[in-house]
Design a protein around this ligand. Structure first.
Ligand SMILES: Cc1cc2nc3c(=O)[nH]c(=O)nc-3n(C[C@H](O)[C@H](O)[C@H](O)COP(=O)(O)OP(=O)(O)OC[C@H]3O[C@@H](n4cnc5c(N)ncnc54)[C@H](O)[C@@H]3O)c2cc1C
Length: 384
């Protein structure tokens, strides 16, 4: 086997699709199939472009809950402003989106099996007690990556954010019944923000608390639900999950092992967007492996390793690609986030949002990948 991919989310599927299409023998295992991922399901223009241009995939209509032109910002119950950008925001049903990617991987020729990665034993990966030998291991197994742990590259718990979310029928929330934009809420947490994302007949309402916050997230979430007029807000069952938010790996690959997506900490620290970066890093991992094929770097089936020099070229290519294409935005977003949630900048930002839509439109350009936070701030200072 040429590659073992651990985790069948967007990162694993992106790597699987490109490797299998190139004729590599690929096995993808996941400990929990079918997947059930707690997620707002927002796909930015960046994510759609990656799907189309790197993976050659178009989203089927059955996956899409709603497509919106823009977003609204609220401070508590007050709607500050709404703005539209050039690239639409697409909200997907996450279970259907994940199933679509998995089918694309299968269709490309990747073998998919249920299986839990347990660790490395010598040169082999251990999955459900079985030793598997493979050329490369892609760790796409999420924020608590077992592959990362086996490599000594776990993300520190103090760097993780917490997200709470419930999906409610529109009819259960009179305040959101006519929502056809992404609504972002400030004012419920000192260190965090909330969202309401429309998906056809349903709305996903969530709240994300940044690492280190000592605030009572559940109480803040119930306040948000009550303000949205959600019936039974005090008794609704809240679901929660962690996501990478501050620490991302500068060297996500070593030897034969490449970490992608949440396993590498690749979620944007200000917005929490992770799907685009999971797709992007999965694609980069595959491309880094395939680029070595001409140089006979692909190790023969039946061998596997985690620290030898055979993987060094591939690992170096992947690390360099992530440093050039993915993580520069994260470093900027981290600085922007630290400003936005600190006084007096927070109050200043709310005043700006109330006064006009310029900052919101500039932000939409960052979200779509047409701009970055550095340009956002320089244009803001110049009043553009
Ligand atoms: C509340 C919340 C809301 C979010 N909203 C958005 C949003 O609107 N838009 C957006 O872009 N991002 C959002 N994100 C982030 C996004 O969901 C993640 O960044 C994205 O799913 C990461 O994809 P991935 O493939 O890296 O990992 P995952 O999707 O987490 O997939 C990892 C897979 O690995 C499997 N696995 C784990 N351990 C093992 C093991 N030992 N062996 C085998 N398999 C294993 C798991 O079962 C899972 O299927 C949100 C996150 C949260 C928590």
């Amino acid at each position: 086997m040429d590659a073992l991919i651990v985790g069948a989310g967007p990162a694993g599927c992106a790597a699987a699709i490109l490797l299998a299409r190139a004729g590599r023998e690929v096995l993808m295992v996941d400990k929990a199939l079918p997947r059930d991922k707690l997620c707002g399901g927002l796909l930015s223009g960046r994510a759609l472009r990656l799907l189309r241009e790197r993976l050659g995939l178009e989203l089927p209509a059955s996956v899409v809950g709603e497509v919106c032109a823009g977003f609204e910002i609220c401070d508590g119950r007050e709607l500050l402003n709404s703005a539209e950008g050039e690239a639409p925001l697409t909200f997907v049903f996450r279970d259907r989106f994940d199933a679509f990617l998995l089918e694309a991987a299968r269709g490309a020729g990747c073998r998919v099996e249920p299986g839990r990665f347990e660790g490395l034993r010598g040169d082999a990966a251990v999955v459900d007690g079985r030793e598997l030998r493979c050329g490369r291991i892609v760790g796409a197994d999420g924020v608590f990556s077992a592959v990362g742990r086996a490599q000594g590259k776990s993300l520190p718990d103090r760097s993780l954010a917490v997200g709470l979310q419930v999906d409610v029928p529109r009819s259960a929330s009179p305040a959101l019944a006519g929502l056809h934009a992404a609504r972002i809420f400030f004012g419920y947490l000192r260190l965090g923000w909330g969202w309401a994302f429309p998906k056809g007949e349903r709305v996903s309402i969530g709240l994300g608390g940044m690492p280190g916050t000592k605030e009572d997230l559940a109480a803040a979430m119930r306040r948000l639900l009550a303000d949205c007029g959600v019936a039974g807000s005090q008794s609704l069952k809240l679901r929660g999950a962690k996501l990478p938010n501050a620490a991302f790996l500068r060297e996500p690959a070593a030897g034969q092992v490449l970490l992608c997506g949440d396993a590498a900490g690749f979620a944007e620290p200000l917005t929490g967007e992770g799907i685009a970066f999971a797709l992007h890093s999965g694609a980069l991992a595959a491309q880094s492996m395939l680029a070595g094929a001409g140089r006979k770097e692909f190790r023969p089936a039946g061998t596997c390793g985690t620290s030898d020099t055979a993987g060094a070229g591939c690992a170096a290519r992947y690390n360099a690609a992530c440093r050039s294409e993915i993580t520069p935005l994260f470093a900027q977003a981290l600085r922007a986030r630290n400003l936005l949630f600190r006084e007096p900048f927070r109050s200043l930002a709310m005043r700006r949002f109330r006064a006009g839509t310029g900052a919101m439109k500039r932000f939409l350009r960052v979200l779509s990948g047409e701009s970055d936070y550095r340009k956002f701030f320089s244009d803001s200072l110049l009043g553009r």
